[in-house]
Design a protein around this ligand. Structure first.
Ligand SMILES: NC(=O)c1ccc[n+]([C@@H]2O[C@H](COP(=O)([O-])OP(=O)(O)OC[C@H]3O[C@@H](n4cnc5c(N)ncnc54)[C@H](O)[C@@H]3O)[C@@H](O)[C@H]2O)c1
Ligand SMILES: [Zn+2]
Length: 326
């Protein structure tokens, strides 16, 4: 599949990855699981979101210098979204920008983060606060990696797949309700959808790319106030999708009963649909006001109003969000 962007095109290949002569950057879990594929001298970062920071960014850039990487070098990001975002950001800036190849190894990275060119790191003040648009030169999606992925990480990716279904492709919801999931087919379908969205609105200025944020306004707030410890990203947005659809119902945008359907579609895959502990509603609202999508303290949400259809809604009434959360 070929994807267009402002500076050219790149291919997403559904293929086996069997090693490379370029420098590979990966995380500590993958380095243990796939030593042969990764080769003899990878740059290895500690697994986990806490590595997506400026210290690790400087470490990877320093390692590239030590290895003599030049402006003509290509680097390979082999890992989940953390490796992809961080290495992509190094690639965007190393000697003012070098190409990189993404080999996404989590379901989330395969269906979402490896396509679309967003790269970056977190700051202590919040996630993804430093970043760039730097599309990969190539994305290689090898389904074999999913065999070693822990169940909880798999569910994280499933939450994003359910999201694609509700925002723009009800046929995905049908596919997901089958007892035998065809993951490869679902991944391919989601990449097609993501490609459509980012080609139409690469820089998130037309409100289309923002659809992908369904569940994320509330989900990000939940993740942030629980210090990214209680819920995975997929679990937080799962709860977020249910809450936001209740908000859409209360606003009269969605028909009654839609949130129950959203809830069922997530619970079916073992995803949580409500908070397991009580969180402060006012703190959640404060965090939502500071969301990147929000304008001057008004809360913006991507809301689904019917299966497969959604809309970016500005100025979502705070009283309604409070009522739903309470
Ligand atoms: N750039 C984008 O458009 C975009 C979109 C969505 C999410 N993201 C970012 O992606 C990140 C989350 O990505 P993630 O969920 O892939 O997390 P991750 O990269 O931390 O991977 C999750 C865990 O799975 C392990 N792992 C990865 N592949 C494995 C495999 N094949 N077998 C066994 N274990 C494996 C990792 O070591 C890690 O412990 C977040 O930082 C988020 O901000 C970016
Ligand atoms: Zn997400």
């Amino acid at each position: 599949m070929t994807i267009r962007h402002a500076q050219g095109t790149y291919d997403v290949r559904f293929d086996e990855f069997n090693g490379t002569t370029h420098v590979v950057v990966t995380d500590s879990n993958l380095a243990k699981l796939y030593p042969k594929l990764i080769g003899s001298s990878p740059i290895v970062i500690e697994a986990g979101e806490s590595s997506k920071n400026l210290d690790t960014y400087a470490y990877v850039a320093g390692q590239l210098l030590h290895r003599g990487a030049t402006r003509k070098s290509t680097i390979v990001a082999l890992g989940g979204g953390v490796v992809g975002d961080l290495v992509g950001f190094v690639a965007a800036t190393y000697m003012r920008g070098i190409p990189f190849v993404q080999v996404p190894t989590t379901l989330l990275a395969q269906v979402d983060s490896s396509v679309g060119g967003k790269v970056g790191v977190d700051l202590p003040e919040g996630k993804n606060l430093l970043g760039a648009f730097h599309p990969a030169k190539e994305v290689i999606i090898d389904s074999r990696f999913l065999k070693t992925l822990p169940e909880r990480e798999l569910r994280c990716g499933l939450a994003e797949i359910v999201k694609y279904g509700w925002i723009m492709a009800p046929e995905i919801l049908d596919e997901l309700s089958k007892s035998d999931l065809d993951l490869q087919k679902l991944v391919r379908k989601c990449v097609e959808l993501k490609a459509r969205v980012v080609q139409e609105d690469e820089f998130e200025t037309k409100g289309v790319r923002a659809w992908l944020n369904f569940g994320h306004t509330v989900g990000h707030a939940i993740e942030q106030i629980t210090n990214y410890e209680t819920y995975t990203h997929g679990e937080a947005i799962s709860i977020g999708m249910v809450v936001e659809t209740r908000v859409a119902e209360e606003m009269g945008l969605a028909g009654r009963g839609l949130s129950q359907k959203v809830q069922n579609s997530l619970a079916q895959h073992g995803l949580p649909t409500e908070l397991s502990t009580k969180l402060s509603v006012s703190t959640l609202i404060d965090v939502m006001r500071r969301d990147k999508k929000s304008d001057q303290r008004e809360i913006t949400m991507s809301l689904v109003y019917r299966s497969g259809q959604c809309e970016l809604v500005k100025n979502v009434p705070v009283e309604i969000i409070e009522r739903v959360l309470a």
